[in-house]
Design a protein around this ligand. Structure first.
Ligand SMILES: Nc1nc2c(ncn2[C@@H]2O[C@H](COP(=O)(O)OP(=O)(O)OP(=O)(O)O)[C@@H](O)[C@H]2O)c(=O)[nH]1
Ligand SMILES: [Mg+2]
Length: 571
């Protein structure tokens, strides 16, 4: 095997192993065992020939004949009780490894009777993990090994072992008993254990033909040809998939060194075909091993898909619900933003100096003149402002309820200090009214000025504000005292309103900036439930496992990756 090819096979085996691990299969399940068997076999260095068939068909006898030695136990009753690997060694030795790790290593093969033969109940020992026989045979020295298997169609346990072992056989020699050709069980095994698993490198060997009458032999030959032709074996071209070997006479001939008898038993022709077939396959082992990966990979794929599909739909359902929720929140965010902006703009308008003036200047100045400013401020200005503020804050709290982003701060626009007026000095009994001189007023001018003057001031205020006389500088000199006082009140309230406007607009600006963190819906803030996050992770692993498997199948077997197999971004 070329190093590059070996690396490719290893990667394929790793991908198949990882993908099957994702299925959490029971170690005894067929799929698990098949996957492990084919993965281990993909890069196996030796070429393995398994001899397979029902018990007492002469399987062990045939291998012994080829080895020229009674190395393997043979008997008239069901005999072979383990998968015995016969590989090259400088002398005949046996190594048995038990399930507890104990190694039994003996010369000869006598020990097989203890560990690799069925007991009186036709049962295998359950404590044997592997059995190897080392044999100094030149064919084995070419990297070939034989696998002697227990007979099939007797006990389920043996059947399972044989079925599992077949996947790691590069060539299967199926022994047929010429006296009872192809029972139903054999036909089923041929289809289910070999053909359907991509094991098509199969050779039929008919045994016991020597025990038939010559007339019978002819009929059997015809039937054998039919059986062999109907199995679509994949062998190098020019090689037949049907041979006749009389196993016991062949063994005897070999033991005696009788070349003519070995030849007439059919052994020589079979061996030479076997050697040629093997040497062709050894140069191109992918022809043998790769086709077996596909049916197993397909089953792994189906099982993965069966896990992926319900997970996908569950996650899709969750995502759809989540998207619907997000849509609602996004829409809510828009509505709240619009509402907030509208409330904000109403208060901005209200705070515009010109609007404050037209709405409050006259009344404020009158209230100031009447010594009633605080009450007026509380009952009108403050009340109006409070409504606007509440309107704005209401949106912010609604946003907080909905998005749980940042807790909003209260919007507080403090009112300026109460305006103060300093009365100008009176020159004589101006306007015929005698009043005290300059007095600082905060608590009311009216009582200081006395009834008539106070009333005149109030009258002047509305006159002045309405006529906007305060802007006509040239007439100022001709003003009466009460007009002067009225002007002072108007100006004081004007300063007050300008201050309120400046302060208010600046606080509003801050509030608008901070609102961006409150009226803010971010999908990423939403914590996904742990269960869904775990399922998403599991789905990703399954999809990734499937994708990696397909990637290797494409690389090694040229099987295109199906369009629905794609790996999602890891989340
Ligand atoms: N007469 C005759 N007997 C044979 C021939 N081949 C095998 N036998 C006998 O058939 C019996 C069974 O042979 P095995 O080689 O043990 O058969 P097996 O298929 O390995 O049987 P299991 O290990 O039980 O599956 C033995 O007694 C052999 O001597 C043959 O060609 N002619
Ligand atoms: Mg046997």
């Amino acid at each position: 095997m070329q190093p590059q090819q070996k690396e490719d096979y290893q990667q394929l085996a790793d991908a198949l192993k990882s993908a099957s691990a994702l299925l959490n299969l029971a170690p005894k399940s067929q799929l698990y065992q098949d996957a492990i068997a084919i993965c281990n076999h993909l890069t196996y260095p030796n070429f393995r020939i398994a001899v397979f068939g029902p018990f007492n068909h002469g399987k062990s006898t045939l291998i012994n004949a080829m080895l020229g030695d009674r190395a393997l136990p043979i008997d008239l009753i069901p005999t072979t009780g383990a998968a015995i690997i016969v590989r090259y060694g400088t002398s005949l030795r046996t190594r048995v490894i038990l399930t507890d790790g104990t190694e039994v290593y003996r010369s000869g093969t006598e020990v097989l009777k203890q560990f690799a033969v069925l007991d009186n109940d036709r049962r295998m020992r359950s404590d044997v993990a592997s059995v190897e026989v080392f044999c100094p045979h030149p064919f084995l020295d070419t990297g070939v090994e034989f696998l002697d298997l227990p007979g099939t169609n007797d006990r389920e346990e043996q059947d399972n072992l044989v079925r599992q072992q077949l996947l790691s056989a590069d060539l299967v020699v199926q022994l047929l008993d010429a006296r009872k050709l192809m029972t139903l069980g054999e036909r089923e095994n041929l289809r289910d254990w070999l053909l359907e698993r991509g094991i098509k490198t199969v050779i039929f060997v008919a045994n016991f033909i020597n025990l038939l009458e010559p007339e019978e032999q002819k009929q059997v030959q015809n039937r054998l040809r039919f059986i062999a032709e109907s199995f679509r074996a994949e062998l190098p071209s020019g090689f037949s998939n049907l041979y006749r070997v009389d196993a016991l006479p062949a063994l005897r001939a070999r033991l005696k060194g009788d070349v003519a008898a070995a030849s007439s038993s059919g052994l020589v022709a079979f061996e030479s075909a076997l050697q040629n077939i093997v040497s062709t396959f050894q140069q191109n082992s992918q022809k043998v091993r790769l086709p077996r990966v596909e049916p197993i990979a397909l089953k792994v794929r189906q099982s993965l898909q069966a896990k992926i599909t319900p997970l996908q739909s569950e996650i899709k359902g969750f995502d759809e619900k989540q998207n619907a929720k997000n849509d609602i929140k996004t829409r809510a965010e828009q509505i709240i933003k619009q509402g907030f902006a509208a409330s904000l703009s109403k208060l901005r308008d209200w705070l515009a100096v010109s609007n404050l003036r037209s709405k409050y200047q006259a009344d404020g100045a009158v209230a100031l003149a009447q010594g009633n400013f605080k009450n007026w401020e509380r009952d009108t200005l403050k009340k109006d402002l409070k409504e606007f503020q509440q309107d704005i804050v209401k949106w912010l709290y609604q946003a907080y309820d909905f998005f749980q982003a940042e807790r909003p701060e209260d919007l507080l626009i403090p009112l300026p200090d109460e305006p103060k007026v300093i009365l100008p000095p009176q020159s004589g009994s101006f306007d015929g009214l005698s009043e005290p001189g300059s007095v600082a007023v905060g608590g009311g001018i009216g009582w200081l000025l006395g009834g008539p003057v106070g009333a005149a001031v109030v009258g002047s205020i509305s006159y002045l504000v309405n006529k906007k006389i305060q802007q006509e500088g040239e007439k100022i000199t001709k003003e009466s005292y009460h007009q002067k006082v009225a002007r002072l009140c108007i100006d004081a309230v004007d300063d007050y309103l300008i201050c309120l406007s400046d302060r208010g607009l600046s606080i509003l600006g801050d509030c608008e900036k901070k609102s961006e963190r409150v009226i803010c819906f971010s999908e990423s803030q939403e914590q996904e439930p742990l269960e869904i996050a775990q399922k998403r992770q599991e789905l990703w692993q399954l999809q990734n496992g499937l994708y990696q498997l397909h990637k290797q199948l494409e690389k090694t077997l040229k099987i295109p990756i199906p369009p629905d197999v794609k790996v999602q971004r890891k989340c």
